[in-house]
Design a protein. Structure first.
Length: 367
């Protein structure tokens, strides 16, 4: 793509669409120019709210617009495949709100079509692009906590059970795994890759969806991920990555953490430094003050000296805007430059996530 600004269109006018529109407004290389809705009035109101010069009363009109480079699909889960097929067959690049689709076969269909048509296609797991994730990736790659052995995470947000709600309707792609479980499964995929075995314990209550799920993902060399999600119970909504030298605590919310704690095991700290200087002993008394934690970020050398023997160090990552702009900017930049070091989520990862959810749900019989 020779242009320096990527023109975006959005299909859908709900909460996800509004949040993404706000995020695009503060990016450098992306510009929202079009909205598509089957409700003419909703499309018109959305266009007025975000000062768009194109609003369409059908999805096909937007998909066939020569002005639009990429389409963000923000419709109900069960509509993702149909809407994505429309855009891909019209030659449009596509970003699909998670979950990518509601089943493995639909996921494969979209991936195959995108590859065939040489088009960009990605699942909008925005967690991958936030500052805290980048720091965690750096810590893992540097060997800060040694070899990664296990991952544990929970993500639960209570909702009132309503059979008329998409969230509690299997035919609409509801359930805790598709709504929230995508995030901890993505973290597991990032750490270990595809699991060798999936064991699940899913509870549906009086609904036809998994309202609470607990999954054990097994990997080679005895590595494991233990993750839980719920749409009826509030969980801690955090995660912990366990290594041989320490651990990384991902503070809540798991999908967009603004803080990360590095926990070094005592034996690792002791082996790194057998003796403490008199100054170090004094610093041990004061290094727990919150103001000093920010030194690690703002003044790395000074911060590292003060905190180097600390067993637990917390680093904070303030999020600008609603956080979606990091993903929007990365995708726009990719379409312009296709940099080799891009953080774009590969389709192989999306396929693995879909297969993991399929295997977990098979025990409940809700595929």
């Amino acid at each position: 793509m020779s242009k320096k600004i990527v023109n975006w269109g959005i299909i859908g006018t709900g909460k996800a669409a509004h949040n993404f529109a706000k995020a695009l407004a503060i990016t450098k290389h992306g510009k929202l120019i079009a909205i598509g809705s089957r409700d003419k009035e909703k499309a018109k109101n959305f266009a007025q709210e975000f000062d768009l010069f194109l609003n369409f009363s059908s999805y096909s009109q937007l998909a066939n617009s020569s002005e639009v480079d990429i389409v963000y699909i923000a419709t109900p889960n069960s509509c993702h495949k149909e809407n994505a097929l429309l855009c891909l067959n019209s030659g449009k690049n596509v970003l699909i709100e998670k979950p990518f689709t509601t089943n493995v076969q639909d996921t494969k269909t979209l991936i195959d079509l995108a590859i065939k048509n040489n088009l960009f296609l990605m699942e909008a797991i925005w967690t991958r692009f936030i500052p805290a994730f980048n720091k965690i990736e750096q810590l893992i790659n540097s060997g800060e906590i040694g070899e990664i052995k296990a991952f544990q995470a929970t993500l639960g947000q209570p909702s009132i059970i309503n059979q008329d709600s998409n969230l509690f309707n299997n035919s609409m792609g509801g359930g805790s795994l598709l709504d929230l479980g995508v995030y901890p499964i993505f973290w597991s995929q990032f750490l270990f890759g595809p699991p060798t075995r999936v064991q699940s314990n899913l509870y549906s209550g009086n609904t036809d969806v998994d309202i609470t799920s607990s999954i054990l993902l097994n990997y080679d060399q005895g590595r494991q991920a233990n993750i839980s999600s719920s749409i009826v119970t509030r969980f801690a909504n955090n995660g912990i990555i366990y290594g041989t030298k320490g651990a990384i605590e991902i503070h809540q919310p798991l999908y967009c953490p603004t803080a990360v704690s590095i926990i070094k095991y005592k034996e690792a700290v002791a082996s790194a430094k057998n003796k403490k200087s008199f100054l170090s002993k004094i610093l041990d008394k004061v290094k727990s003050f919150p103001i000093l934690q920010n030194l690690y970020v703002n003044y790395p050398l000074l911060g590292q000296y003060i905190l180097k023997n600390r067993r637990k160090t917390t680093i904070y990552f303030p999020i600008k805007g609603n956080g979606l702009q990091y993903m929007a900017e990365e995708v726009s930049n990719y379409l312009i430059n296709q940099p080799m070091d891009s953080k774009i989520i590969p389709l192989t990862v999306t396929m693995s996530i879909s297969e993991t959810i399929h295997q977990a749900k098979s025990e409940l019989g809700t595929n």
